[in-house]
Design a protein around this ligand. Structure first.
Ligand code: PMV
Length: 319
């Protein structure tokens, strides 16, 4: 128990270069594959928890139904022992339209704030393990730069760790294609993707791609990093298209047009590789020198799309 009034934590979002796309255990959020991500500087969630009379959630000053947060707080109570009801006040600086998983930074910030509020003495890996029950991608948002979520075998050993690399001049050009809320949730998308006849092959390939990705990052080979990330993302989206249970796609026409331009950029000698998540937006992996040029190139061709440049970000912090 604590006599503190409240506690604030800040977590940045992350973008997976080797994706998490399927659950071995949906209740525990154990993944079928290990995944690797980059934490981003530009997008974050700042969450404050305060003692209250019942659990509640406010995001960007708007009251939310908060069922998922209430469920998650109860999981924390079961795991760590009881604590008083909390008012959760979240400031989300992950624009929905950026197509980045705000659930990653949200559940990481919430886990860290609750742990610190209750004076739990936990390592980042232990926090990551707890955050997994809220959202899988949140496991990776505790660490600066690159992180690997080792899939593990059970609840105890499935969590992320920092993956230290030489300093890399990496940057992402984030193409904000659509602001509409995604029509297939990531959990439902994963469930359907796992019915694809290609799913088992994707799981095997993903392990190889992860091994190669680690080597490419160690040797600062951004070209290879980009190739592997693009191949992994396209194969993930192929699972959605080939699902036998209600096949679907997150892509729209602009996604396809931007993907064509990514190829055109490469033909012109740019370092440019695409990755996409549970939405139509494209994130282009490049270096910090070329990012503004790629942004300008695309801005000229897509007047309605907005572009951001994102760079490696910090791990969890507290206020
Ligand atoms: O954990 P969720 O529900 O945010 O799922 C994340 C899924 C992807 O963003 C598509 C991939 C990933 O590894 O982040």
């Amino acid at each position: 128990m604590t006599d503190k009034k409240g506690q604030t934590a800040i977590a940045h979002t992350n973008i997976a270069f080797i994706k998490y796309w399927g659950k071995a255990d949906p209740k525990l959020n154990l993944p079928t594959t290990s995944s690797l991500s980059l934490t981003l500087d530009e997008y974050y969630t700042k969450t404050r928890v305060e003692k209250a009379t019942e659990d509640s959630l406010l995001i960007n000053e708007l009251p939310q139904d908060g069922k998922r947060v209430h469920q998650f707080l109860n999981i924390l109570r079961e795991e760590m022992g009881d604590f008083p009801p909390l008012r959760v006040i979240s400031e989300n600086r992950v624009p929905l339209s950026a197509g980045l998983a705000s659930s990653a930074s949200s559940f990481a910030a919430l886990t860290a704030a609750v742990a610190k509020f209750n004076n739990w003495d936990l390592s980042l890996e232990e926090l990551s393990r707890l955050a997994r029950r809220g959202s899988g991608s949140a496991t990776r948002s505790f660490f600066p730069g690159f992180a690997i979520w080792e899939k593990g075998t059970d609840d105890a050993d499935s969590y992320a760790k920092e993956f230290k690399t030489p300093e890399l001049p990496i940057a992402l050009v984030v193409c904000k294609i659509s602001g509409t809320v995604k029509k297939v949730s990531s959990s439902d998308g994963m469930r359907r993707a796992q019915t694809s006849p290609n799913y088992a092959a994707w799981v095997d390939e993903s392990a190889q791609q992860l091994a190669e990705m680690k080597k490419a990052l160690f040797s600062s080979d951004l070209e290879r990093v980009g190739q592997l990330a693009e191949a992994n993302a396209l194969a993930m989206h192929d699972l959605n298209l080939t699902a036998t249970d209600r096949r679907f796609t997150y892509f729209n026409q602009d996604t396809m047009k931007v993907l064509e331009q990514v190829k055109a950029l490469r033909k012109e000698g740019y370092l440019a590789y695409a990755t996409m998540d549970a939405g139509p937006n494209v994130k282009i992996i490049t270096n910090q020198e070329q990012a503004p040029k790629i942004k300008a190139y695309l801005a000229e061709r897509f007047r309605k799309i907005q572009f951001d440049i994102a760079t490696p970000g910090p791990g969890i912090s507290y206020e």
